[in-house]
Design a protein around this ligand. Structure first.
Ligand code: FES
Length: 125
């Protein structure tokens, strides 16, 4: 544990922009998982295989905290029942009675990781 506080408050967003800056890329690389909140929706950013991925934080099965999961070969494993999700499309391990994990558009610009906030809020409604 590094002892650094993780902010889960809504980050500032430029007026008229659908993209919200979440954290510096360097922080995501260092921590692998960064928690965030957009419009009341809890998310996680993940650094995996040299890319940034944004997804919902609660497991679609029984809402375990996926920021406590583990990564292996492009999949995120839930800490509670060990179902896993493909980080390309969110699909869950075959045979599990749950929907896919929501994956959100993400981009890296100006040394920050940005999430498409409109995609997050529209997926939740
Ligand atoms: S809560 Fe995640 S697999 Fe059951």
């Amino acid at each position: 544990m590094c002892g650094r506080r993780i902010s889960v408050a809504d980050p500032p967003r430029s007026p008229g922009s659908r993209w919200t800056a979440i954290c510096p890329v360097s922080r995501l690389i260092e921590q692998t998982f960064v928690r965030a909140r957009i419009g009341g929706n809890d998310l996680i950013l993940i650094w995996d295989g040299g890319r940034a991925i944004a997804c919902e934080r609660a497991c679609p099965h029984e809402q375990a905290d996926l920021s406590r999961g583990r990564l292996s070969k492009g999949r995120l494993f839930c800490p509670r029942h060990a179902a896993s999700f493909d980080l390309d499309d969110g699909s869950i391990t075959a045979g599990w009675p749950s929907r896919a994990l929501r994956i959100y558009p993400v981009q890296i610009a100006e040394e920050q990781v940005w999430i498409d906030a409109e995609a997050v809020t529209s997926a939740a409604s």
